[in-house]
Design a protein around this ligand. Sequence first.
Ligand SMILES: [Zn+2]
Length: 64
Amino acid sequence: MKKLEIEIKCPNCSRVLKQRLDQMKNGRSKRCTCGCEIVFEGNGGPSAQRSLEKFERDLKRIFK
Ligand SMILES: [Zn+2]
């Protein structure tokens, strides 16, 4: 399976960051160059987490 990257937007400076999907797990985080840390749980809210899980499921279906 090839490395999948998605673009996430920093809530602080609106910079678009590339994020490896396979590294986007609960508790992981991505630090923006502005110093803002984007955590892939909690901060995004339950709905954001659900949509991410759905997104992963959809990808697995597509790339199976
Ligand atoms: Zn930023």
